[in-house]
Design a protein around this ligand. Structure first.
Ligand SMILES: [Fe+2]
Length: 274
Protein backbone atom coordinates (compact mmCIF):
# COMPACT_ATOMS: atom_id res chain seq x y z
CA UNK A 1 0.00 0.00 0.00
CA UNK A 2 1.70 3.18 -1.13
CA UNK A 3 -1.06 5.76 -0.84
CA UNK A 4 0.27 7.34 2.32
CA UNK A 5 -2.13 10.27 2.63
CA UNK A 6 -5.51 11.31 1.25
CA UNK A 7 -7.40 14.50 1.98
CA UNK A 8 -9.61 17.28 0.75
CA UNK A 9 -9.22 21.02 0.50
CA UNK A 10 -11.00 23.99 -1.01
CA UNK A 11 -9.40 26.00 -3.80
CA UNK A 12 -11.30 29.27 -4.01
CA UNK A 13 -9.11 32.08 -5.40
CA UNK A 14 -10.29 34.36 -2.60
CA UNK A 15 -8.45 32.20 -0.07
CA UNK A 16 -5.28 33.92 -1.23
CA UNK A 17 -6.41 36.79 -3.40
CA UNK A 18 -8.97 38.30 -1.05
CA UNK A 19 -7.35 37.38 2.26
CA UNK A 20 -6.84 41.06 3.04
CA UNK A 21 -10.55 41.80 2.60
CA UNK A 22 -11.73 39.36 5.27
CA UNK A 23 -13.65 40.89 8.16
CA UNK A 24 -13.69 37.71 10.24
CA UNK A 25 -9.92 37.39 10.49
CA UNK A 26 -10.16 34.91 13.37
CA UNK A 27 -12.10 32.46 11.18
CA UNK A 28 -9.66 33.03 8.32
CA UNK A 29 -6.70 32.27 10.55
CA UNK A 30 -8.38 29.09 11.81
CA UNK A 31 -8.67 28.01 8.16
CA UNK A 32 -5.03 28.80 7.56
CA UNK A 33 -4.05 26.85 10.69
CA UNK A 34 -6.00 23.83 9.44
CA UNK A 35 -4.28 24.07 6.07
CA UNK A 36 -0.91 24.29 7.77
CA UNK A 37 -1.74 21.16 9.74
CA UNK A 38 -2.63 19.48 6.45
CA UNK A 39 0.70 20.61 5.01
CA UNK A 40 2.45 19.06 8.01
CA UNK A 41 0.50 15.81 7.71
CA UNK A 42 1.46 15.45 4.06
CA UNK A 43 5.09 16.14 4.92
CA UNK A 44 4.99 13.66 7.81
CA UNK A 45 3.54 11.00 5.49
CA UNK A 46 6.84 10.91 3.65
CA UNK A 47 5.07 11.43 0.34
CA UNK A 48 7.40 11.55 -2.66
CA UNK A 49 4.69 12.90 -4.96
CA UNK A 50 1.32 14.57 -4.59
CA UNK A 51 -1.65 13.77 -6.79
CA UNK A 52 -4.01 16.72 -7.03
CA UNK A 53 -7.47 15.68 -8.22
CA UNK A 54 -8.76 19.01 -9.39
CA UNK A 55 -11.54 20.65 -11.31
CA UNK A 56 -9.87 23.12 -13.61
CA UNK A 57 -11.67 26.11 -15.02
CA UNK A 58 -10.82 26.08 -18.74
CA UNK A 59 -7.07 26.47 -18.18
CA UNK A 60 -6.15 23.57 -20.46
CA UNK A 61 -9.39 22.23 -21.87
CA UNK A 62 -12.31 23.89 -23.58
CA UNK A 63 -15.50 22.91 -25.28
CA UNK A 64 -13.69 22.02 -28.51
CA UNK A 65 -12.05 19.07 -26.79
CA UNK A 66 -13.12 18.36 -23.21
CA UNK A 67 -11.82 15.17 -21.62
CA UNK A 68 -13.87 13.74 -18.78
CA UNK A 69 -10.60 12.75 -17.07
CA UNK A 70 -7.04 13.79 -17.73
CA UNK A 71 -3.74 13.05 -15.99
CA UNK A 72 -0.74 15.36 -16.28
CA UNK A 73 2.39 13.37 -17.00
CA UNK A 74 4.73 16.22 -17.86
CA UNK A 75 8.17 16.92 -16.43
CA UNK A 76 6.88 20.17 -14.99
CA UNK A 77 3.76 22.26 -14.73
CA UNK A 78 3.35 26.03 -14.74
CA UNK A 79 0.96 28.35 -12.96
CA UNK A 80 -0.97 30.27 -12.08
CA UNK A 81 -2.63 31.29 -15.31
CA UNK A 82 -4.33 34.11 -13.43
CA UNK A 83 -2.82 37.53 -12.78
CA UNK A 84 -0.44 36.98 -9.83
CA UNK A 85 -1.41 40.37 -8.44
CA UNK A 86 -5.05 39.23 -8.32
CA UNK A 87 -4.45 35.71 -7.01
CA UNK A 88 -1.51 36.80 -4.86
CA UNK A 89 0.49 33.77 -5.98
CA UNK A 90 3.61 34.28 -8.06
CA UNK A 91 4.02 32.49 -11.36
CA UNK A 92 6.19 29.44 -10.84
CA UNK A 93 7.27 26.15 -12.32
CA UNK A 94 6.25 23.05 -10.38
CA UNK A 95 8.07 19.75 -10.74
CA UNK A 96 6.11 16.89 -12.25
CA UNK A 97 6.70 13.17 -11.83
CA UNK A 98 6.70 11.93 -15.42
CA UNK A 99 7.75 8.32 -14.84
CA UNK A 100 5.39 7.78 -11.93
CA UNK A 101 2.54 9.70 -13.58
CA UNK A 102 2.97 7.72 -16.78
CA UNK A 103 2.86 4.44 -14.88
CA UNK A 104 -0.24 5.56 -13.00
CA UNK A 105 -1.93 6.64 -16.23
CA UNK A 106 -1.13 3.28 -17.80
CA UNK A 107 -2.66 1.45 -14.85
CA UNK A 108 -5.73 3.68 -14.66
CA UNK A 109 -6.34 3.01 -18.37
CA UNK A 110 -6.98 -0.61 -17.53
CA UNK A 111 -10.42 0.41 -16.32
CA UNK A 112 -11.03 4.11 -17.09
CA UNK A 113 -10.61 5.80 -20.46
CA UNK A 114 -8.57 8.81 -19.45
CA UNK A 115 -6.74 11.42 -21.48
CA UNK A 116 -3.22 12.47 -20.63
CA UNK A 117 -1.26 15.69 -21.12
CA UNK A 118 2.46 16.35 -21.19
CA UNK A 119 1.82 20.06 -20.79
CA UNK A 120 -0.29 21.43 -17.99
CA UNK A 121 -1.19 24.95 -16.96
CA UNK A 122 -2.35 25.24 -13.37
CA UNK A 123 -5.11 27.65 -12.43
CA UNK A 124 -6.24 28.56 -8.94
CA UNK A 125 -7.81 25.11 -8.61
CA UNK A 126 -4.34 23.68 -8.13
CA UNK A 127 -2.26 26.73 -7.23
CA UNK A 128 -4.27 27.73 -4.17
CA UNK A 129 -3.96 24.28 -2.56
CA UNK A 130 -0.25 24.13 -3.43
CA UNK A 131 0.32 27.61 -2.01
CA UNK A 132 -0.73 26.26 1.37
CA UNK A 133 0.31 22.60 1.18
CA UNK A 134 3.64 22.69 -0.69
CA UNK A 135 4.62 26.34 -0.36
CA UNK A 136 8.16 25.74 -1.62
CA UNK A 137 6.79 23.92 -4.70
CA UNK A 138 9.40 21.24 -4.12
CA UNK A 139 7.14 18.19 -4.06
CA UNK A 140 6.52 16.61 -7.48
CA UNK A 141 2.91 17.04 -8.51
CA UNK A 142 0.69 14.80 -10.61
CA UNK A 143 -2.31 16.88 -11.66
CA UNK A 144 -5.51 15.06 -12.48
CA UNK A 145 -8.57 16.76 -13.81
CA UNK A 146 -12.21 15.80 -13.78
CA UNK A 147 -14.42 17.88 -16.03
CA UNK A 148 -16.77 19.60 -13.61
CA UNK A 149 -17.35 22.67 -15.75
CA UNK A 150 -18.76 21.86 -19.15
CA UNK A 151 -21.74 19.47 -19.34
CA UNK A 152 -22.25 16.72 -20.26
CA UNK A 153 -20.38 15.71 -17.12
CA UNK A 154 -19.07 12.34 -16.10
CA UNK A 155 -21.49 10.49 -13.77
CA UNK A 156 -20.64 10.43 -10.07
CA UNK A 157 -20.36 6.65 -10.25
CA UNK A 158 -17.59 7.07 -12.82
CA UNK A 159 -15.81 9.58 -10.61
CA UNK A 160 -15.86 6.90 -7.93
CA UNK A 161 -14.51 4.33 -10.38
CA UNK A 162 -11.78 6.77 -11.40
CA UNK A 163 -10.78 7.18 -7.76
CA UNK A 164 -10.63 3.43 -7.30
CA UNK A 165 -8.51 3.09 -10.41
CA UNK A 166 -6.11 5.78 -9.19
CA UNK A 167 -5.82 3.90 -5.92
CA UNK A 168 -5.03 0.63 -7.68
CA UNK A 169 -2.36 2.45 -9.63
CA UNK A 170 -0.86 3.92 -6.46
CA UNK A 171 -0.80 0.51 -4.83
CA UNK A 172 1.03 -0.89 -7.82
CA UNK A 173 3.81 1.66 -7.30
CA UNK A 174 6.70 1.50 -4.88
CA UNK A 175 6.59 5.28 -4.41
CA UNK A 176 4.94 6.94 -1.45
CA UNK A 177 2.07 9.00 -2.84
CA UNK A 178 -0.25 11.55 -1.27
CA UNK A 179 -3.56 12.59 -2.83
CA UNK A 180 -5.66 15.70 -2.41
CA UNK A 181 -9.13 16.19 -3.83
CA UNK A 182 -9.82 19.86 -4.32
CA UNK A 183 -12.98 21.70 -5.16
CA UNK A 184 -15.83 23.57 -3.71
CA UNK A 185 -18.90 22.05 -2.22
CA UNK A 186 -21.84 24.40 -2.78
CA UNK A 187 -20.86 27.65 -4.46
CA UNK A 188 -21.88 29.93 -7.28
CA UNK A 189 -18.59 31.34 -8.61
CA UNK A 190 -18.60 33.94 -11.38
CA UNK A 191 -22.36 34.44 -11.09
CA UNK A 192 -24.48 37.13 -9.44
CA UNK A 193 -24.91 34.66 -6.55
CA UNK A 194 -21.16 34.49 -5.87
CA UNK A 195 -20.66 34.43 -2.12
CA UNK A 196 -23.78 32.40 -1.48
CA UNK A 197 -23.13 29.18 0.45
CA UNK A 198 -25.66 26.43 1.18
CA UNK A 199 -24.21 25.40 4.53
CA UNK A 200 -26.85 22.74 5.22
CA UNK A 201 -26.15 21.09 1.86
CA UNK A 202 -22.41 21.23 2.49
CA UNK A 203 -22.72 19.66 5.92
CA UNK A 204 -24.96 16.90 4.57
CA UNK A 205 -22.42 16.12 1.85
CA UNK A 206 -19.56 16.08 4.37
CA UNK A 207 -21.64 13.81 6.62
CA UNK A 208 -22.07 11.35 3.76
CA UNK A 209 -18.29 11.35 3.30
CA UNK A 210 -17.75 10.87 7.01
CA UNK A 211 -20.15 7.92 7.06
CA UNK A 212 -18.56 6.45 3.92
CA UNK A 213 -22.07 6.25 2.52
CA UNK A 214 -21.23 5.49 -1.08
CA UNK A 215 -24.85 5.06 -2.17
CA UNK A 216 -25.80 8.44 -0.71
CA UNK A 217 -22.73 10.14 -2.19
CA UNK A 218 -23.55 8.84 -5.66
CA UNK A 219 -27.27 9.60 -5.43
CA UNK A 220 -27.08 13.33 -6.24
CA UNK A 221 -28.41 14.20 -9.68
CA UNK A 222 -26.79 17.05 -11.56
CA UNK A 223 -30.08 18.96 -11.69
CA UNK A 224 -30.45 18.68 -7.91
CA UNK A 225 -26.85 19.72 -7.38
CA UNK A 226 -27.24 22.68 -9.72
CA UNK A 227 -30.34 23.83 -7.88
CA UNK A 228 -29.07 23.30 -4.34
CA UNK A 229 -25.31 23.82 -4.66
CA UNK A 230 -24.84 25.87 -7.81
CA UNK A 231 -22.73 25.05 -10.82
CA UNK A 232 -19.75 24.99 -8.48
CA UNK A 233 -21.34 22.02 -6.73
CA UNK A 234 -20.45 19.86 -9.72
CA UNK A 235 -16.94 19.82 -8.25
CA UNK A 236 -18.07 17.23 -5.69
CA UNK A 237 -16.67 14.78 -8.25
CA UNK A 238 -13.17 15.55 -6.98
CA UNK A 239 -14.19 14.75 -3.42
CA UNK A 240 -15.96 11.56 -4.47
CA UNK A 241 -12.91 10.38 -6.41
CA UNK A 242 -10.69 11.11 -3.40
CA UNK A 243 -13.05 9.17 -1.13
CA UNK A 244 -12.93 6.19 -3.46
CA UNK A 245 -9.14 6.35 -3.62
CA UNK A 246 -8.82 6.52 0.16
CA UNK A 247 -11.22 3.68 0.90
CA UNK A 248 -11.76 4.88 4.46
CA UNK A 249 -13.90 7.40 6.31
CA UNK A 250 -13.43 11.14 6.02
CA UNK A 251 -12.50 13.22 9.05
CA UNK A 252 -13.52 16.85 8.64
CA UNK A 253 -10.83 18.89 10.31
CA UNK A 254 -12.25 22.29 9.45
CA UNK A 255 -15.34 23.67 7.77
CA UNK A 256 -16.74 27.18 7.81
CA UNK A 257 -19.42 29.01 5.90
CA UNK A 258 -18.48 32.22 7.66
CA UNK A 259 -15.98 33.51 5.11
CA UNK A 260 -18.34 34.61 2.30
CA UNK A 261 -15.62 36.76 0.74
CA UNK A 262 -13.99 33.44 -0.21
CA UNK A 263 -17.24 32.50 -1.99
CA UNK A 264 -17.22 28.89 -0.79
CA UNK A 265 -17.62 26.88 2.38
CA UNK A 266 -13.96 26.29 3.22
CA UNK A 267 -13.09 22.69 3.98
CA UNK A 268 -10.02 20.83 5.19
CA UNK A 269 -10.40 17.09 5.66
CA UNK A 270 -8.40 13.92 5.86
CA UNK A 271 -9.37 10.37 5.01
CA UNK A 272 -8.35 7.22 6.73
CA UNK A 273 -6.54 5.27 4.04
CA UNK A 274 -7.79 1.69 4.05
FE1 LIG B 1 -13.41 25.41 -8.80
Amino acid sequence: MTLVYAGLTSHAPGMTGRAHMVENTNERDLLYAALDQQRQEIQDSGAEALIVVAAEHFANFFMDNMPAYCIGIGEYHVGPIEDPAWLKIEKTTIPGAPALAGAIAQEVLQSVDIAYAEEWKCDHGIMVPLHFLTPKYDLPIIPMNINCQGPPLTPLSRAWAFGEAVRRACDASSSKIALIGTGGISHWPATPDSGKINEAWDREFLDRLTRQDKAALLSYTDSETYQDAGQGGFEIRTHIAAAAAAGGPCHVQFYTANLPIFAVGCTVARFSVH
